[in-house]
Structures are given as structure tokens and as C-alpha cells.
Design a protein around this ligand. Structure first.
Ligand code: ADP
Ligand code: MG
Length: 728
């Protein structure tokens, strides 16, 4: 068995890069070649249908049956020309993955044969079996009809021989069973609320877009090594493994040269992603060995999120062509950095203005401050919810663990914006007099010259202002960004609604517009102060300080999920029309259940590996030591033999200590699981798994990792960190 490990490691280290031939065209020519985007719609659709579908996409007009049929036929024609034979409704159930069911473009022709056909009806709506996806009880199995409905705002694309149609997934009674439907509702809510607030500054604004630019971190490891680690294979992370003597302490990986094998993978991935219209732009090494990052140019949030999900699927597929496996888990290896997915988020108008970027005129800068303050207020009010929106069993290893950011949401603003808000809060209102002609006089230097310094960065903040956007850094690497984005957009939408109500009330009292805005902002700055923190978010003092400030400091993931059912949350989601209380309850059932299942699987895998890999190997080595001790006695006089065997006797005892602990703990863990599985409430069960099982996983691991250091390297069956973590 040890031979197997060495063979696998040797092959991994010897693997050559698979060279990728670059397409003969330039990226600008093959970009989006596999996407039914506007230029293709224009080419394949009659003028009237084209105008109609653009109206549907841009203005949310209703789609009539005739147009749907015309679009379906055009899609089929284009897809067939591209070699596609099948189509699928592509959707995001409440797992972190995407789902699809492929059907061929064929129908009976009524004469005993088949014709290639795709109707508007099939484009617009399908009925997959909703009972096989997590639904938190909204769908009973006997009434399992949920349906997928076309989302025309995200264009169809082709993967292999299949036309993929982005869809939402809802129950027969209309509750969303996915992430996309509520995300679209949240985007609509923020559009409306932000347009209203924009009108204080510019009456021409008709639409506000929410933008998302994600930065995807990931690990690559050799496929052979991956296959030899059942824990990676089954749980996505290593449940055991002693730290390698060298990992990231030399800080030599970040921005270092990318290994050739990896570079070829990246090239291949980029070409495929560009063809699918994903505008990838940057790639580099990350902090940990074998860790990398890529990022596209930001896009409208719904599309950007589809692209992220698509990209994760592409990464999984393309990595295998290069003999790699991609690890999207937030913490595949203990002791080295985990992976996140920074969500760069901003709002922008159809007039081309980024609302969270300073402008040139006093009025533009007041608009800038207005939006920044409203975001802070929303993040403050819903900090517990935002944390819940990024929490999962897997991301828990990254947030709130020893070496990572704490499980607290706070916002970094940088020195300039901080100074502006402070001034605004503390100046007397007389200093803030404003007139349309004079401009906004904030008496804080010359506000028209706000120049936000982009380099003023703080990497430890969970929600950092970075010049013209906020960067939500706590999102997990394998998460569906929609979870965080729908919570954030809805929370800010609610706040903007409230802001407008307050400002309008002051105007109704006879105050001029600018005074009304400034007064409201001053109050909001005061009220949301606790969320603003520019210091080091990783230090222990911050945890204590955050608690004093009343920020949510809960670290247990199942309890963190309670934030979804808080009164303020339900009120917010209902006020913005994003989700109802019933939906929130159902979704939490799914969250708790998923949490339990993930820990349950880890516990089983660890138990198995401990009992059939680790303990047998350790015992074998122990026996050889015992053998040696006896042989010493045969060879040397008793006293001398004793002296010569001192160290071996110690080792024998050590091994016994560790293996006994492991065996007992595994038994205890199995029994505890049995008890916990009887608990009916999903919430209580998840809390039980969190409180009782996760510490056991750590305890067992501790002893396994000790054994790894003692036991003869030749006997050890599982590839070690030093082998997994360094691609040659
Ligand atoms: P960093 O310096 O944080 O590593 P980059 O400047 O490369 O990152 O940008 C990271 C991501 O942020 C990219 O996807 C980029 O397109 C996106 N981004 C830039 N500006 C905005 C914005 N205003 N709104 C949303 N995303 C943005
Ligand atoms: Mg960034």
C-alpha cells in the first residue's frame, strides 16, 4: 500500500504540462461566440421580435407567446448551427451548485417520424421534479411539481452539445426554490429604491444597476494525489494531515511565477470562459502554495453571478484535462490560507454614473456621500443577516477560526471617507448651508475634490470601501454569490426607501432639499457608527470592541442562521418584496439540514479513515518497534538492551496512547451521532452537530497528525501535505 502512495506522488511530480493551442482568432473575435447575446438575437430574430425581447430584457416587459415562439425557433436554429443537439433549463437550486436536465430538440412529427423543434412553451417553462432538490418542506414529495422559468436577462449559452437556458426555479405555488429568483427580486427592489434617491440629484436617471465583480480563489492539486485522499474526494477538504515544514511562511507564492502546468490550465480555462462571454481579466498566484485567483471585469449582478457559477463548473471540467482537481472548498488545508470570493459590489445608473464614486461637482459628491452612508446604515442594521448570508459549514473554517478573519461584519472606509463623515457629523448645520447655485458647502476642505485614494487598503475588513465600490470579502470560495448579494441589495434597498421617506417628510415640513438630505445623513452616520472600523480586524481586541459596540459576534453557524428569522430581517425582506416569512423559514430548514449533513459526512469519513487507514498503519509500525525491542534482548545483555530500547519503548507507548484515544473517540462520535440523529428539529440537530461533533473531529485529527509524524513514512498510506501542496 505504501508503494501506491509513492507511485502516485512520483507520477504527480513528473507530470508534464498539457500544452494548449491558442485559437487562431483574437480574444475579441471569439469572445461570447457560444452565447446567444444581442448581436446574435439581432441576426437571428425578425425586427419586431428583436425589439420586443430587448424591451423584455431592459424594461421587464411581459413576454407574449408569439415572441417566445419566435425566440425559441431562433435559438434552436443558432444552437443547431453551433452543433448543439440538446437543450436544458439551467438553474441554481439551494445547493451551491447548478442543475440541468437535458432534452433533445426533437418532437414527433405526427407521421411516425421526428422533427427538430423547440417551442416557446419549452423555452419559457419546464417542470423538473422539485422534490429531489432541497426545499425545506415547501414542496411535499407527493406534490412535487416545481417549475423552471426562463430568465431572459441572462443570455442562453452552449456547453458541449447542449444549449443552456438560464432559469429561475420556483414551486408550483410560486415560492422560489433557488437563489436566482430572490436575487432578481432584490435587484429590482434596489433599482427602484436607488432610482428614487437618485432623483434628488438627477431627474434623468431611469435605472440603477447593481454590479458585481467577484474574485475567485481556488487551489489546484494533482489528480492522482487527490484520488489517494478519500477525505478530499468526499468532503472537499483534508480532515487530517500534519502541516508541511514549509508552507507559506516565506511568503514566496503570492505574485510568484505560475508553474507551467498551471499556466496551461489557466490558458485553457480563459479561452473557454471567454467563448462563454465571461470577461476574465486577471490571474495570479495567491498566498498559499498551490492557491490561485482569477477575476473578470465586473458585470450586472445577476449575469455576473451566472458567470461565476458557470466558471466554477468550467474549472472543475477543465482542470481534469490537465491532470488537476480544483478545490473550491474554503479551507482545504489546515494551517495555510483558505479561499474566499471577494464580492466587489457597486451601484451604477443608466446615465453612466457609479453612485459610490466621488464626482466633480458638490452635488455629485453629496450623492456619493448619500449612497455610502446608506450602505453603511444598511450593513449596520443587518450585520447579523449579512454574516448569515455568507455562513456555511465549510466557510466556518475560514471565518471565526484561529488564523482567519473573525466572524464579525464591520466596514473599512479609509482615511478620506472617514474624515468626511466625521466632519459631516460634527459640523454645525450652519456650516453645511447649501444652495443650488453655491453648491454644497460642507466646510470640509473643498468637497468637490474628493479624491478617494484607492491604495488605502485594509485587507482585514469584511466589508471594505475601495474607491468606487464596496468589497464584501467574507463570501466563501464555493458559495453561490447570490446568497450574499440578495441580502445586501435588499438591505440597502430597504434603507434607501427609509431614507427617502425621511427626506421627503422634512421637505414636506418646508425644509430645502439639501438641508433635508444632510440632516438625515448626519443622523444616519451617528446611528451606524458601530459598523465603521478601520483598524486591524484580525486582532483579539477587535473582537472585544465589536461586542461592546453591539455587533453580532456569534460564531456557531447554525445559530448565526437565526438572523434570517429576526423580526428586522423578515420585515426587510417583506418590505422589499424579496422573500416572505414562510420562504425564509423553509430556507433555514434547508440551511440547517445541509449543515448537519456536511458535518455528518465529515465525521463518517474521518471515522472510516481513522479506523482502516491510520490505526492499522500505526499498529503495524508499533509491532515492528516491539519486535525490535525483543530482538535487542536476544542480542544484548538485559541492562544494555533496556538502555538501547528506551526511545523505542517511548514510541510504543506514544503510539498506544494515540491509537487508544482515536478508537475511543471514534466510538464516542458514532454514539453521539446516533443520539443527535433522533432530534427532530433541524435547528437543534445542527446545533448538536456543531457543539458536539465538530470538536471531536478536531480532537481525533490532533492525534492522527501526531501519528503521522511518528510512523514510518514508508507505511503511511495517505499523501502528506508536503506532497499535496507543491505542484512542480
Ligand atoms: P483587487 O485590487 O481588489 O485585487 P481589482 O481591482 O482587480 O481587485 O478588481 C477586483 C474586481 O472588482 C474585478 O472583478 C473588477 O472588475 C471589480 N470592480 C472594479 N470596479 C468595480 C465596481 N465599481 N463595481 C463592482 N466591481 C468592480
Ligand atoms: Mg479585491
Amino acid at each position: 500500500m505504501s508503494k501506491l502512495r509513492f507511485r502516485v506522488v512520483e507520477t504527480a511530480f513528473k507530470k508534464k504540462a498539457v500544452e494548449v493551442a491558442l485559437p487562431s482568432e483574437r480574444p475579441s473575435e471569439y469572445f461570447a461566440s457560444k452565447v446567444f447575446n444581442r448581436s446574435k438575437m439581432y441576426k437571428y430574430l425578425p425586427e419586431k421580435a428583436y425589439a420586443k425581447i430587448v424591451d423584455v430584457i431592459d424594461n421587464g416587459a411581459t413576454l407574449d407567446r408569439t415572441t417566445a415562439d419566435t425566440v425559441a425557433e431562433a435559438l434552436r436554429k443558432w444552437a443547431s448551427e453551433m452543433g448543439a443537439t440538446h437543450y436544458t433549463h439551467w438553474f441554481h437550486p439551494l445547493t451551491d451548485a447548478t442543475a440541468e436536465k437535458h432534452d433533445a430538440f426533437v418532437e414527433h412529427d405526427g407521421k411516425g417520424g421526428m422533427i427538430e423543434e423547440f417551442s416557446g412553451k419549452l423555452l419559457v417553462q419546464q417542470e423538473p421534479d422539485a422534490s429531489s432538490f432541497p426545499n425545506g418542506g415547501i414542496r411535499n414529495t407527493f406534490e412535487a411539481r416545481g417549475y423552471t422559468a426562463w430568465d431572459p436577462s441572462s443570455p442562453a449559452f452552449i456547453i458541449g452539445d447542449t444549449l443552456c437556458i438560464p432559469t429561475i426555479f420556483i414551486s408550483y405555488t410560486g415560492e422560489p426554490l433557488d437563489y436566482k429568483a430572490p436575487l432578481i427580486k432584490a435587484l429590482e427592489a434596489i433599482n427602484k429604491a436607488a432610482v428614487d434617491v437618485c432623483h434628488y440629484f438627477n431627474k434623468d436617471v431611469k435605472k440603477v444597476y447593481s454590479y458585481l465583480g467577484w474574485e475567485q480563489e481556488y487551489f489546484l492539486i494533482d489528480e492522482g494525489l487527490y484520488a489517494a485522499r478519500p477525505d478530499l474526494l468526499l468532503t472537499g477538504r483534508t480532515l487530517m494531515g500534519h502541516e508541511s515544514s514549509k508552507n507559506q511562511q516565506l511568503e514566496d507564492h503570492y505574485f510568484g511565477a505560475i508553474p507551467t502546468r498551471v499556466l496551461e490550465f489557466m490558458k485553457d480555462l480563459e479561452i473557454e470562459a471567454l467563448k462563454l462571454g465571461i470577461p476574465l481579466k486577471t490571474r495570479h498566484n495567491e498566498v498559499a502554495p498551490n492557491q490561485f485567483e482569477l477575476a473578470p471585469i465586473f458585470e450586472e449582478c445577476n449575469l455576473a453571478n451566472d458567470h461565476n457559477l458557470l466558471l466554477m463548473a468550467l474549472m472543475r471540467k477543465i482542470s481534469r484535462r490537465h491532470g488537476f482537481r480544483v478545490l473550491l472548498h474554503e479551507k482545504p488545508f489546515k494551517g495555510v490560507n483558505g479561499s474566499g470570493k471577494h464580492n466587489n459590489w457597486s451601484l451604477g445608473t443608466d446615465t453612466g454614473v457609479l453612485l459610490m464614486a466621488p464626482g466633480k461637482t458638490p452635488e455629485e459628491n453629496l450623492r456619493f456621500i448619500t449612497f455610502v452612508v446608506n450602505v453603511l446604515k444598511a450593513v449596520h442594521k443587518h450585520n447579523a443577516l449579512l454574516k448569515a448570508s455568507i455562513s456555511s459549514a465549510t466557510n466556518a473554517h475560514r471565518l471565526g477560526a484561529n488564523e482567519a478573519p473573525p466572524a464579525i461584519i464591520s466596514s473599512f472606509l479609509g482615511s478620506q471617507v472617514s474624515a468626511i463623515l466625521e466632519k459631516l457629523e460634527n459640523s454645525s448645520l450652519e456650516d453645511l448651508t447649501i444652495s443650488a447655485k453655491q453648491g454644497v458647502k460642507l466646510n470640509i476642505g473643498r468637497i468637490p475634490e474628493i479624491l478617494v485614494d484607492n491604495t488605502d487598503r485594509n485587507r482585514t475588513s469584511a466589508f471594505a470601501f475601495t474607491g468606487n465600490r464596496f468589497e464584501f470579502r467574507a463570501v466563501g470560495s464555493q458559495a453561490n454569490c447570490a446568497s450574499a448579494m440578495l441580502a445586501l441589495n435588499a438591505a440597502v434597498a430597504e434603507q434607501l426607501q427609509e431614507f427617502k421617506t425621511e427626506v421627503d417628510a422634512k421637505i414636506a415640513e418646508g425644509k430645502d432639499k439639501y438641508t433635508a438630505i444632510l440632516e438625515t445623513l448626519r443622523k444616519d452616520i451617528k446611528e451606524s457608527k458601530a459598523i465603521h472600523f478601520d483598524g486591524n480586524g484580525y486582532c483579539d481586541e477587535w473582537k472585544a470592541e465589536a461586542r461592546r459596540r453591539g455587533l453580532d459576534c456569534e460564531t456557531s453557524v447554525p445559530v448565526i442562521f437565526d438572523a434570517y428569522l429576526k423580526e428586522s430581517t423578515v420585515k426587510m425582506f417583506e418590505a422589499t418584496g424579496v422573500m416572505t416569512e414562510k420562504e425564509l423559514e423553509a430556507r433555514n430548514e434547508v440551511k440547517w439540514e445541509t449543515y448537519t449533513k456536511k458535518i455528518q459526512i465529515e465525521a463518517r469519513v474521518l471515522g472510516d479513515l481513522a479506523m482502516n487507514h491510520i490505526v492499522p498503519v500505526a499498529t503495524k509500525y508499533q509491532s515492528s518497534l516491539i519486535d525490535n525491542v525483543y530482538k535487542m534482548r536476544d542480542l544484548f545483555p538485559t541492562e544494555k538492551a533496556k538502555n538501547l530500547s528506551v526511545k523505542n519503548l517511548e514510541l510504543i507507548e506514544d503510539i498506544a496512547g494515540h491509537t487508544i484515544f482515536i478508537k475511543e473517540k471514534v466510538d464516542e462520535m458514532v454514539n453521539t451521532r446516533k443520539q443527535l440523529n433522533r432530534i427532530e428539529s433541524e435547528r437543534e440537530k445542527a446545533i448538536g452537530y456543531h457543539d458536539k461533533i465538530t470538536p471531536m473531529l478536531e480532537e481525533i485529527r490532533y492525534h492522527i497528525d501526531k501519528l503521522e509524524l511518528i510512523v514510518d513514512n514508508e507505511l503511511w498510506t495517505l499523501p502528506k501535505y508536503r506532497e499535496l501542496l507543491f505542484i512542480r
